[in-house]
Structure formats: C-alpha cells, structure tokens
Ligand binder design. Structure first.
Ligand code: ATP
Ligand code: NCN
Length: 295
C-alpha cells in the first residue's frame, strides 16, 4: 500500500513478525461512514471526499460553510464528484492556544455536523490519539474508504477508488511555504498525490500563498469567498471570555453545549499559534525516545 504510515511502519518490522497494522486506531474506534455515498451519480466523474483538518475549538459556521463553498466550486469547475465530507479535529497533543480537550471539540463538531447538515461527518481518529500529521490523516481516509470499504461503485457496479482531498483555508496553505512547519515529503504526498481545495481567508493572500507551491499548482484549487466571512475560533473564544454573545456565529446546538459545559471561560495554554505542529512533532519524538509511542 502506497502510504506514508504503511511505509514507515513496515520499515520498522522484522521479517519474522507479522506486519503491523498500517495505522494505530484509538480505543473502540470505528470509521464513521453512515453518510458516505457509496454510488456515484455520474460514472464519468472522479469521486472525492473532503477532509477538513483543524482545531475546531470551537467549530464555527465558517468551518461548515467551507464545505458548501467547495460543493459549488467542484460542481462548476471540476470533473470531481463529492461523495462525503469529514471534519477531522486535531489531537490534544497539537498544543495550540485555546485548544479545548478533544472530547469537547469532537462533541461540538458532531452536534454541528449531525444537526445542521445532511452529509457532513466527524472522524475522531486523529483527535483521540497522539498527534498525526495531515499526510497520515489523508492516508487513513484512503485506507478506510478504499482498502476497507472498497471505494464507491457506479450504477453499473464498476468500483472506483475515492480520492481524499484536503479542504483548508488559505492561511493553512500559506503555512506550507513556511520553513519548519511541513516536511517536504509530506507536501509532495498531500499536494502531489491527494490535492487541496483552498478557501480564501481574509488576511491571507492566496496568490502569494501558492507561489512557493507552484509545482503542485494543478492540484491546488482556489475557492474565492463571494460573501466575505472572517469569523474565527480565536474571535469566538475572545467573545466568550468577555461574556459576549456568540449566537448566530456558531450552530445553536454548539452555543448551547458551550453554555451548558461552561467552556472557554479562561485563556487556556499559551503555545504560539504557528508552532502547534512543530511542538506536537517534537513531543512525539521525545516520547518515541522514551519508547512510549509507536512511530
Ligand atoms: N474565516 C475563515 N476563512 C477561511 N478558512 C477558514 C476560516 N476560519 C477557519 N478556516 C479554516 O478552517 C480550518 C480549520 O481551522 P481552525 O480550526 O484552526 O480554525 P480557526 O478559526 O483558524 O482557529 P483559530 O482561530 O483557533 O486559529 C483551517 O483550514 C482554516 O484555514
Ligand atoms: O502535517 C503537518 O506537518 C502539519 C503542519 C501544520 C499544520 N497541520 C495541520 O493543520 C491543521 C490546522 O492547523 P492550525 O494550526 O491552523 O489550527 C491541524 O489539523 C494540523 O494538524 C499539519
């Protein structure tokens, strides 16, 4: 199997022991696919699933709106057919400021997906374990949907593999050009193999962001926001700390959940925002040194 996780784990295995599973699943994990469409509407299209990775602390209407913008973009500009959409909240080990526990973030994302949409799902795979790089997360989707579920079928019964594609804001794509945040092989894997749908974000210059990623330009799809929305989780957390209303910025069940659980009343951890992935990777390496965490 052509996956980063598979290749790194098989390199570590001895010839006498059975090959380790390609991915480490959290306890009691089952891949959610209750809303994954298993039959292609148009047999000539390439099936894709949208995977949005992020903190979602908390999930906002903008995060959900990114998926709807992607649907319009894909219909008007590509030969893709979207068969599913997933929010994949990052692990607690990501250590970003304001990162609430995975338990609450997954609960809020699930309320948002299940109660405000008919097709979005939440995959808790990366949330409930050690930090997983985005390249590995996309491999996990590839494995679950194509290897385990057998992809999707056309109405004539022809099976087709589904391509997981990253759905992200242009600020996230901009970090791909920053030294020390993403590894070069991972960029090749994410942008060369899978591709990304990038939603314009106020304050992040999309053209500048993709300049340094020019060699993968064919796999980077730019989605312009026709109605500007610059809601961010940071601003929502700030409002909550100040006792201001966040109603109509987030889905109502998420606002209720925050109130019921008394969330975001204090500042949380203070790691710098851009160092989340770097911090998580360093901590994981240190854990590996101590022999506590599998590679
Ligand atoms: N206003 C926005 N416009 C476009 N993309 C966005 C916007 N807000 C979030 N995103 C994207 O959503 C994904 C998840 O982001 P994340 O959970 O880190 O949200 P965030 O609002 O940026 O969080 P924080 O404010 O805590 O940094 C990322 O790809 C991010 O770029
Ligand atoms: O895989 C990586 O190397 C990598 C580097 C930087 C960020 N990410 C992912 O990007 C997502 C959003 O990050 P952030 O800091 O914008 O909240 C989060 O899911 C991280 O795991 C991933």
């Amino acid at each position: 199997m052509d996956s980063l996780a598979a290749s790194s784990s098989s390199a570590a295995s001895s010839s006498s022991s059975p090959p380790p599973p390609p991915f480490t699943d959290p306890p009691n994990y089952a891949f959610p696919h209750h809303r994954l469409r298993r039959t292609l509407r148009n047999p000539d299209k390439q099936p894709i699933v949208l995977v949005a990775c992020g903190s979602f602390s908390p999930v906002t209407f903008l995060h959900l709106r990114m998926f709807e913008m992607a649907v319009d973009y894909v219909r008007q500009n590509t030969d893709f057919e979207i068969v599913g959409g997933y929010l994949s909240p990052v692990s607690d080990q990501y250590k970003k400021p304001g990162l609430l526990s995975a338990h609450h973030r997954v609960n809020m994302c699930t309320l948002a997906a299940e109660q405000t949409s008919t097709w979005l799902m939440v995959d808790p795979w990366e949330a409930f374990q050690s930090y997983q790089r985005t390249a590995v997360v996309l491999d996990h989707f590839d494995h679950e949907i194509n290897t385990c579920l057998g992809g999707v079928a056309t109405a004539d019964g022809v099976r087709k593999p589904v391509r997981p594609m990253l759905l992200a804001g242009s600020d996230l794509i901009a970090t791909m050009g920053e030294p020390g945040v993403w590894s070069e092989p991972d960029l090749e894997h994410i942008l060369g193999r899978y591709g990304v749908l990038t939603v314009e974000r106020a304050g992040a210059d999309m053209d500048q962001a993709i300049d340094s990623l020019a060699r993968w330009r064919h796999n980077i799809h730019l989605i312009h926001q026709l109605i500007q929305n610059d809601v961010s989780s940071t601003k929502v957390r700030l409002f909550l700390r100040r006792g201001l209303s966040v109603r109509y910025l987030l889905p109502a069940p998420v606002v209720d959940y925050i109130e019921e659980n008394g969330l975001y009343k204090d500042d949380g951890p203070t790691t710098s925002a851009s160092s989340g992935a770097v911090t998580a990777e360093r901590e994981k390496a240190a854990e590996r040194e101590k022999g506590k965490v599998a590679p």
